[in-house]
Design a protein around this ligand. Sequence first.
Ligand code: SF4
Length: 237
Amino acid sequence: MPKKKTIKKNTATRKKDEPKLVKAPEKDRRRAARIYKKLQEKYPDAHCALNHTNAFELLVATILSAQCTDVLVNKVTPGIFAKLPTPQLMAKADLATIESLVNRVNFWRNKAKSLKGMAEMLVEKHGGQIPQTMEELIELPGVARKTANVVLGNAFGINTGVVVDTHVGRIARRFGLTRHDEPKKIERDLMALFPRKNWCMLSHLLIYHGRAVCKARHSLCHNDDLCRYYCSNAKMD
Ligand code: SF4
């Protein structure tokens, strides 16, 4: 009888969507730490740009923020938070009511549906509480890894990954922290370079730098010390 092949069980099975966590070489991590320190000195007030007072509000705001500016989301959310401040009230609300509250953001029909579905699932499955794991959060309608990272990091102080938006991707590439364009790969590279405790703040710092200096077009490269030292674009100026 042929010997039965034993398949070794991986007890710490990685979830399908999870970037593989490896550490980058020490010299790269040291360079990353210097960049982080400089960013912190430069942007001591960096914080989440979406106005919120609790995890539910942040979840709502982050769902609305997909392909939409934080400024616009912050104009729309006060009306939603005033009328539907809890998952229970949002779950019970008519879709038309939610639509009327969000119709200034893009993809508002889909986003309204997501908000209602998200609130219903929170009530039915989580007793109206916001779950605190990546696996549970990404089950909610309208919530993918990026949104879950925003909520976990900012509402609960749990660093499960790094939020990668267009600013983060662009600046990470320009600072030589990644060579990738795909958010999942950029996130994996940043997780390998920076200590877990800094993951949430790292995205805020990169976003602040993106808005202040390293814009998608017309970057202010030559005026900036941090850039001059760490970005190959600046050295060419
Ligand atoms: S040097 Fe220019 S391109 Fe490089 S990070 Fe700074 S602003 Fe961005």
